[in-house]
Design a protein around this ligand. Structure first.
Ligand code: SF4
Length: 288
């Protein structure tokens, strides 16, 4: 295929096994981990966990990526569409609340083919960095019930320095609005676990609270009242990230400043406890 699946719009040639685009991936899905995950937001993980399927490679490639070994080193196992369908079936049979595809943008056609083979009886979650095109999101309409997009930063300078994507927000903002259009008002089961909806995630970064507040300002101005916004504090410095200032965790004062701003704006903010800021929350990627 000639690929324009993500905002990189590489128009790169991709065959089943390899690709010459920014993400360097072929068209067959490469999976790094499939396991119940208990550390997402409570409305996603519930009590039985979210059935996460982590894909290898990434079309964004942030320098500080918390899943560096799969996004940058592309560890994982290449699977056929039917093997992917069986992996999905296997995780559903563990009793999870939903199936969550993590960073699947560069594999959308393969994921849709797998869902045509096996349609899970639980909601499908699209866990994404937010760097999406409207065309690719429309391919997912009707197949995804819950979107879990990041809204990382507004500043083109931060987008460029941290993710090599000065146009990050230019794409993420309309992408998030498209996700909300598709899913509508959030719906929950009797235990508060989400059945349908969009949860916007924002990871507070060291020294970047001014931009965090601009992210929240945009959410308050542009998204429907009550849209859940998860303000995450688990930023963990990764050895591979050499950007100045990114070599520390965030302080309590930084997190509290962002949370206070969310409260001032009247956002439906999901707050993360400090204990979540542990490296153990970075999962072990176990598929080879
Ligand atoms: S998915 Fe990969 S090859 Fe396709 S446009 Fe994005 S980075 Fe380029």
């Amino acid at each position: 295929m000639i690929c324009t699946l993500c905002p990189r719009l590489c128009q790169a040639e991709r065959n089943e096994e390899s690709g010459s685009g920014f993400c360097r991936m072929g068209t067959r899905a490469v999976v790094a981990r499939v396991a119940p995950h208990l550390w997402e937001e409570p409305c996603i993980s519930g009590t039985r966990g979210s059935g996460t399927v982590f894909f290898s490679g990434c079309s964004l490639g942030c320098a500080y990526c918390q899943n560096h070994s799969i996004s940058h080193e592309r560890l994982g196992r290449r699977v056929s569409d039917s093997e992917l369908a069986e992996l999905i079936r296997g995780i559903v049979e563990k009793g999870v609340h939903n199936v969550s595809f993590v960073t699947g943008t560069h594999f959308v056609p393969a994921i849709l083919r797998a869902l045509a083979i096996y349609r899970p009886p639980v909601p499908v979650v699209w866990n994404t960095g937010g760097y999406e095109t409207p065309e690719t999101l429309r391919m997912l309409e009707g197949h995804v019930q819950i979107y879990l997009p990041d809204c990382k930063h507004v500043s083109p300078r931060l987008g460029k320095v941290l993710c090599g994507a000065p146009d990050y927000f230019e794409y993420a903002a309309p992408a998030i609005l498209e996700m909300i259009r598709q899913t509508g008002t959030p719906q929950y089961d009797a235990d508060g676990v989400m059945l349908r909806g969009t949860v916007i995630r924002h990871l507070v970064l060291p020294g970047c609270t001014g931009d965090s507040m601009k992210v929240l300002d945009w959410i308050a101005a542009q998204t429907p009242p009550g849209t859940p916004v998860s303000i995450m504090r688990q930023y963990t410095p990764m050895p591979a990230c050499a950007i100045r200032g990114m070599d520390r965790r965030i302080t309590d004062a930084e997190y509290e400043r962002v949370v206070r701003h969310a409260a001032d704006l009247g956002l439906n903010a999901l707050i993360q406890e400090k204990e979540a800021a542990q490296e153990s929350y970075i999962p072990d990627f176990n598929m080879r």
